[in-house]
Design a protein around this ligand. Structure first.
Ligand SMILES: Nc1ncnc2c1ncn2[C@@H]1O[C@H](COP(=O)(O)OP(=O)(O)OP(=O)(O)O)[C@@H](O)[C@H]1O
Length: 232
């Protein structure tokens, strides 16, 4: 049996700039960042410090200007664009601030999207998505359209969509920002119980210090670098 490496995400001296000449902005200035399996790692810092840029690089949505990014011990730079897409599709789940649900699909169909994209038959994909919704406490809303769901319920559907294909990395960008305190707390509780798994890492970008107590470790970012990391 192969052992799972404890470091799921490893960024070393990652740099990223945008623009050129006088308009060049160096957004990431040598980021060292790790996220471990079995943990929920928060990435926090002031607006504009580079958090979204960093998670986009980790997710393979943006290239680095310099530095190394490895996921589960595998360098992203060594992969062809097609392999990167396949890798991302099967190993990464995303949760966004604004849920990003498709309005004309039911909750179960929305949650089934990663399975449909992977080529699963519709009936099986929707059945698995419905089981995930049940696990997250909203099985009774499986055939509802997003517009009739509360913000907290929509975020649970988004969480189901992020988990349904059992990815090894979940990336959440401000998952509680659009929610009131009570709904935000219950979404984070679900994330902590349903998403955290010994073979999976969870990375959460947040400004919401009301949910910091859910973190296993917090990496503080400022002006394009990680200044310090605290463990909890
Ligand atoms: N494609 C781009 N072209 C030029 N500048 C960019 C681009 N993407 C991001 N930036 C700049 O990089 C800086 C960091 O942006 P980023 O979105 O990573 O910060 P953030 O920490 O996620 O901020 P927030 O918390 O407000 O979302 C900002 O000054 C932004 O304007």
């Amino acid at each position: 049996m192969t052992s799972i490496p404890s470091i799921a995400v490893q960024c070393q001296s990652v740099r990223r700039s945008f623009g050129s000449g006088d308009a060049r902005v160096e957004v990431l200035r040598g980021v060292d960042f790790d996220a471990l399996h079995g943990e929920m790692t928060f990435l926090v810092g002031p607006s504009g410090c580079g958090k979204t840029t960093l998670i986009s690089i980790i997710a393979g949505l943006l290239d680095t200007s310099a530095g190394e990014v490895a996921l589960f011990g595998k360098s992203l730079a060594g992969m062809s664009p097609r392999d990167q897409i396949l890798f991302r599709r099967s190993h990464i789940g995303f949760v966004f601030q604004q849920y990003n649900l498709l309005p004309s699909l039911t909750a179960a169909e929305n949650a089934a999207v990663p399975l449909l994209a992977a080529g699963l038959k519709r009936r099986e994909a929707v059945a698995r998505a419905t089981a995930m919704l049940e696990r997250l406490g909203i099985g009774d809303r499986a055939s509802a359209l997003p517009r009739v769901l509360s913000g907290g319920q929509q975020q649970r559907v988004a969480l189901a969509r992020a988990l349904v294909h059992e990815p090894r990395l979940i990336i959440c960008d401000e998952p509680t920002a659009a929610l009131d305190h009570k709904s935000g707390e219950s979404v984070m509780e679900l994330l902590a119980t349903a998403a955290v798994h010994p073979e999976r890492a969870v990375v959460v970008v947040t400004h919401d210090n009301r949910v910091f107590h859910f973190a296993s470790r917090i990496s503080h970012m400022n002006d394009g670098i990680i200044t310090h990391t605290t463990t909890h």
